[in-house]
Each structure stands twice: as C-alpha cells, then as structure tokens.
Design a protein around this ligand. Sequence first.
Ligand code: AP5
Length: 219
Amino acid sequence: MKTIILLGAPGAGKGTIAEGIRSVSPFLHVSTGDMLREAVKNGTAVGRQAESYMKRGELVPDNVIIGIVGERLAQGARDAAYMFDGFPRTLEQARLLDETLTGHDSKVDKVFLLDAPRELLISRLTGRRVCRKCGQGYHLINIPPKCVGVCDICGGELYQRADDSEATILNRLEVYTRQTESLITYYQDKGILIHVDASRQRGETVAEILRVAKPLVGT
Ligand code: AP5
C-alpha cells in the first residue's frame, strides 16, 4: 500500500490538484470532504452527525472521520495507492492513520503541503462553483465553465457550496490555523513533508507533485 497526503488550507487547491494527479496515475483520490458531502446529501447517519459542523466550518469529530476512512481503506486492495485530500486534519487523525497503516505493514510515504497566500485562498473559495450532478469543480474567473452556470462535462447545474460564504470561509481558515497547522511539524519531524507552491497554474503544481509521487507507484 502506498499513501500520499495533500495538506493545505481551505482553497489551496487540494481537490483540484488531486483530480489532476488521479487522472494520470494509479492513486485513488480519498477526500473526506467529498465523502461527508455525499453522506449529507444522502441523509445517512454520518451525514446527520456531520452537517451542522460543516455548515459552521468546524471540524467533524475525529471518531466520525476515522470511521469513514477506516471503512474506505478496508474496501481497497492491499496494494492500492491512496491520495488523501483533507485528511488527516488533527494530530489525533494523523496518529490513528499511522496506526491503521502500520496494521497494513505500511506508512505515509509523502505529504505535500500546498502553500498559497491568504488573499488567494479567499478569492479561490468565493469564486468556486461545483457541478451538482458530477461534482466537477470550477472557478468563476480562473477555471470558468464555457456556459455560465452549466457544467462543461455533463450539463449539470453549477452551485456554490454552503460553506463558501465569506463568514464561513474566514472561520474555516481560522480552524485550519488552530487545528490542522500542527500537522506540518508532525510530518516535518518524520522527514516526509514537501512544500509545494500552489499559487501557480494547476498543471505546474500537478507536475511537480507527480515527479515525486509517480516513482512511489513505479510509473
Ligand atoms: P473539505 O471539502 O476538505 O474542504 P477544505 O479543506 O476547506 O478544502 P476545500 O475543498 O474548500 O479547498 P481545496 O483546497 O480542495 O480547494 P479546491 O481544489 O476546491 O472539507 C469541508 C468540511 O468537511 C470541513 O470544513 C469540515 O467540516 C469537514 N471535514 C472534511 N474533512 C475532515 C476531517 N478530516 N476532519 C474533520 N472534518 C472534516 O480549489 C478551490 C477553488 O480554487 C476552486 O474553484 C478551483 O477551481 C480553484 N483553483 C484551485 N487550484 C487552482 C489553481 N492552481 N489555479 C487557479 N484556480 C485554482
């Protein structure tokens, strides 16, 4: 099993970069944010537990997150390659991930920290639009759809995420500083953290990460 993590503040581009990597490599994209939004949409028990935290931009409790990630890993092949986006987000989640991977005779191989300035994070999040049908992401200015409000791929309606209001964005950035930034030191101390400039064109960021990640999976 191989594991890489995309770490970074809300709006750093984790989901966008993950899709770029997934499309040209064997890495499976595991986004806890996407899994939770799906659970909320389907009204599952996890979704009901998570919804109010997500609306406020707070983190969903660790036990809920560990549960859904554990289930996801249990479904995968033993030699699968995983790319986590938005997970782990607390030291507790990072430690439990390490324990789980140790149980599979594995470990986190590399952590890519997507760096971008705060003003850019805010403008990326306020301009983000997502397809209701297929989940494809857009940005009103950076990555606009060909036709306003319509997905290029499936023709679905584009919408703004409930947590992309300005007030919630500011809270999410504050929560990142308070609860997630400590992971930078955690992975730095293990010698597996790589800083990546995420303020560039997405293709450049994807290419830089692939140079390190592809050899892990022998491609
Ligand atoms: P989650 O969905 O993980 O949100 P996030 O971390 O806040 O990150 P975002 O998805 O907002 O941003 P991103 O970095 O993926 O940026 P994107 O690529 O979309 O989590 C949502 C919520 O779920 C959390 O607040 C929490 O409540 C809960 N949750 C999730 N995981 C959890 C966990 N492990 N523990 C506890 N709670 C958890 O890009 C943003 C925009 O910028 C897009 O419009 C994109 O088109 C544009 N863009 C991106 N890159 C570029 C580029 N290079 N150039 C131009 N535009 C770009």
